[in-house]
Write a protein that binds this ligand. Structure first.
Ligand SMILES: [Zn+2]
Length: 255
């Protein structure tokens, strides 16, 4: 089911017990010389819509929140940023809207690294007021780490930025938006982790041109394999989340 295609009456009829509300959250920010600023928006929406098409009765899909928390890209330009506090409040408002409408299970489905911290804070802030609900959040790639590790060829076996992964995915979903003439090794990624210590650095400090890894190794076949693997894994995740018990006490959660 697609939230924005339905009437208020149709939404009122949806069984609150057996549906997962999926709220995709993405971003519009610089993606180096070869990828469009809307990359996260296209990829997250593409994955979410594919999952909804497999499970139309179990997933209630909201339109993608395209504005994300992207301050760490601003010095490279070509970036639209929501300040952190505003963003956390926006996510809380989105989730609260469906919880107060009676829905029991919510998934924030994220497609942008900068959104990870605020989406977790948003759920933690809501938790005490909604202890009888299932409040969940995931980056769409986290559910399919094995598929990603096995498909990528470069040294970076993880999702970076405008990297082998994102470039392959967009070559599969929106190939006309990838500037293949600019594909090249993105060079060394300056770390944000020194022996377990987090170092706060922006993308201008961490990358030569705003992208990471080996976008030159990207191709549409890899993108198709990644996309299919992620959609399959996420489909299983939706089922798992619908099986998860909700309840106020420890004993309510023992299966
Ligand atoms: Zn992003």
């Amino acid at each position: 089911m697609k939230f924005q295609d339905m009437t208020a009456f149709e939404l009122k009829e949806v069984n609150r017990e057996n549906v997962l509300v999926v709220l995709p959250i993405a971003a519009v920010e610089q993606h180096g010389p070869h990828m469009p600023t809307g990359t996260d928006n296209y990829l997250c929406t593409g994955v979410a819509e594919a999952v909804e098409s497999v499970l139309p009765e179990k997933a209630l899909l909201a339109p993608t929140q395209w504005l994300g928390a992207s301050a760490h890209h601003l010095r490279l330009g070509a970036t639209l940023d929501s300040p952190l506090e505003t963003y956390i409040e926006t996510l809380m408002g989105m989730v609260r809207s469906v919880l107060n409408d009676g829905f029991r299970r919510v998934l924030l489905l994220n497609g942008h690294g900068g959104n990870i911290d605020p989406m977790r804070v948003a759920l933690r802030r809501l938790q005490n007021d909604y202890v009888d609900r299932l409040l969940t959040a995931s980056c769409y790639w986290d559910v399919a780490a094995d598929v990603i590790t096995n498909t990528l060829e470069g040294d970076h076996k993880f999702v970076g930025h405008a990297c082998e992964f994102e470039t392959s995915m967009l070559m599969h979903l929106q190939p006309q938006l990838v500037k293949t003439e600019f594909l090249k090794d993105a060079g060394e990624l300056i770390t944000d982790n020194l022996g377990g210590v987090y170092i706060s650095r922006d993308l201008r400090q961490r990358t030569a041109e705003g992208c990471t890894g080996r976008p030159d190794l990207a191709n549409p076949a890899k993108g198709e394999a990644l996309f299919k693997g992620i959609v399959e894994a996420l489909t299983r995740t939706v089922d798992d989340l619908l099986q998860q018990p909700v309840g106020l006490e420890y004993t309510d959660h023992l299966q």
